[in-house]
Write a protein that binds this ligand. Structure first.
Ligand SMILES: NC(=O)C1=CN([C@@H]2O[C@H](COP(=O)(O)OP(=O)(O)OC[C@H]3O[C@@H](n4cnc5c(N)ncnc54)[C@H](O)[C@@H]3O)[C@@H](O)[C@H]2O)C=CC1
Ligand SMILES: O=C(O)/C=C/C=C(\O)C(=O)O
Length: 482
């Protein structure tokens, strides 16, 4: 047991309703000061096998539990999340360095909402029956079995519960492998599921490294679904493991999303949207990190952007006035800095930032704006996952669309324009799972979420989640004799 920010957090796995230790542990560091905050059980094939067996044993009864009861239990978990909102928020901030303000105001309420939304969606799940030459077609969603969920560190509990809630609602059982850089809130969630009365084995957590616990989980022959959020290289490994057993996969991967600013846009709004892309210290898959600005307004846009960005307060994420906290880990900061150094060495210029903010300690990276990067260069193609934006200009709508679509990703895109016709035209041509027009990060769980190209495979949200986590069945019945 560890005590983190005054909150007791179990450091073992959660398997079949029991806390299980491992022979070895790994150190969990806080990005705020790089101090060790917990020693977490380091799981491997053995713990994964125990968790999958527990989940498999719990599956028949949970799958047979009626929808009303499953929904009631998910609402009870949401109640528990709301009751422990402040604890979850401070532990998550201590563990992954994201702003406490955001956790309290937006993220943890969304965690509770994830459970409520999918519980309620389950109750309304169903399509109208239809007839084929007098035969009745009835579509149903059968739970698939044990779901392996592998999640990242940038929004640990939010992204995990976005998978856990529909998987459980659908009648599956779950083994979650949280990211090793942010393992703690998954452990608190296990406590909450016990308080809510979830049967043992329905929800399991195996802690550990991706190459050990994660790899063993996705290779396990009894896993029926794999849902992963994280990087493209890891997704390739997971897809290869899934191929061995032909397990359906949902992959929510990175992005290199454009923010297109047309000359007819409300410039204040466009600047606000651009500055918002530094949210979570840039560690957001959806971030519109490529600012594409119409040439005629680029100078004014840049001036106003720099004035707003310079006013951002960087510092301790526990302070309510902080706008940008630390990066997750020393290795990650070095990766971000590597991208920036190579861009600058290649002839680009940093109009803002361009390196770590060493006044604040080891893990803070200055909000950065890069201009003059060579077309097609790494900084314009690869996901940096830090507070690093690039600025490019365009002359025509055609050119803007071409630049926007010029990466291997296709997660999201944002358009700032005063013209509804332009918004419609441009949006239709963008390769992206989500397009925002004159807004950013307006999210709704009824909407499909996912990416095109290397940003992923599949969609989550509403029916899309149930379609993934279930074996969808059509029963065709001939007319009964009268
Ligand atoms: N939401 C997103 O789109 C995210 C994107 N990224 C991108 O990935 C880059 C690297 O971040 P990482 O933390 O290294 O991401 P990652 O993809 O390695 O880690 C995500 C999760 O996958 C697990 N994992 C790693 N190797 C695995 C394997 N062989 N089998 C099964 N699970 C495995 C990790 O333990 C973690 O839980 C970031 O800089 C960013 O560009 C990272 C996190 C989230
Ligand atoms: O908040 C959302 O709806 C989606 C967030 C996704 C990420 O931040 C991510 O996967 O990086």
């Amino acid at each position: 047991m560890a005590t983190v920010a005054g909150v007791a957090v179990e450091d073992g796995h959660w398997i079949g309703g029991e806390r299980i230790a491992s022979a070895e542990t790994f150190e969990d560091l806080s990005p705020i000061d790089e101090q060790v905050i917990a020693h977490i059980a380091r799981g491997g094939a053995e713990e994964v096998d125990a968790a999958v067996r527990a989940a498999r044993a719990a599956f028949p009864a949970w799958a047979a539990t009626d929808r009303q009861e499953r929904a009631r239990l998910l609402h009870a978990i949401a109640d528990g999340v709301e009751k422990r909102m402040e604890q979850l928020a401070i532990v998550e901030t201590t563990d992954n360095g994201a702003l406490l303000r955001s956790h309290l105001r937006g993220v943890m309420p969304r965690v509770a909402h994830n459970f409520r939304f999918f519980a309620d969606w389950l109750l309304g799940l169903g399509r109208d029956d239809f007839e084929t030459r007098g035969h009745r077609n009835h579509v149903s969603w059968d739970p698939a079995g044990v779901c392996a969920l592998i999640t990242p560190w940038n929004a640990p509990l939010m992204l995990a519960t976005w998978k856990i809630a529909p998987a459980l609602a659908a009648g599956n059982t779950v083994v979650l492998k949280p990211a090793e850089w942010s393992p703690l809130t998954a452990s608190l969630l296990a406590d909450i599921t016990v308080e809510a009365g979830l049967p043992d084995g329905v929800f399991n957590v195996v802690q550990g490294y991706g190459e050990e616990a994660g790899a063993a989980l996705v290779a396990h022959p009894d896993v029926r679904r794999i849902s992963f959020t994280g990087s493209v290289p890891t997704a390739r490994r997971i897809a290869a493991a899934a191929a061995a057993h032909l397990v359906p996969l949902s992959l929510e991967l990175g992005g290199k999303s454009p923010l297109l600013v047309f000359a007819d846009a409300d410039l204040d709004l466009a600047v606000n949207l651009a500055v918002e892309q530094y949210d979570n210290a840039g560690q957001v898959c959806l971030a519109g990190t490529r600012l594409l600005v119409e040439e005629s307004i680029a100078e004014e846009f840049t001036e106003r952007f720099l004035a707003r960005a310079r006013a951002l307060r960087q510092g301790d994420p526990r302070e309510m006035g902080t706008d940008i906290g630390p990066q997750i880990h020393r290795d990650h900061l070095a990766r971000i800095d590597g991208f920036v150094r190579r861009a600058l060495d290649g002839g680009a210029t940093a109009l803002l930032g361009g390196g770590p903010n060493t006044d604040l300690g080891g893990l803070y990276y200055r909000p950065t704006l890069i201009t003059g990067a060579a077309p097609g260069s790494e900084i314009l193609r690869e996901e940096v996952f830090g507070p690093v934006l690039t600025l490019q200009t365009f002359r025509t709508e055609e050119q803007a669309v071409e630049m926007a679509n010029s990466t291997d990703y296709g997660l999201a895109a944002t358009i700032a324009t005063g013209s509804p016709e332009r918004a419609e035209r441009v949006s239709a041509r963008l390769v992206a799972g989500t397009v925002w027009v004159n807004c950013f990060f307006v999210r709704d769980l009824r909407a499909p979420f996912g990416g095109a190209r290397q940003s992923g495979i599949g969609r989550e949200g509403g029916d899309w989640s149930f379609d993934f986590y279930c074996d969808v069945k059509n029963t065709v019945t001939a007319p009964w004799e009268k």
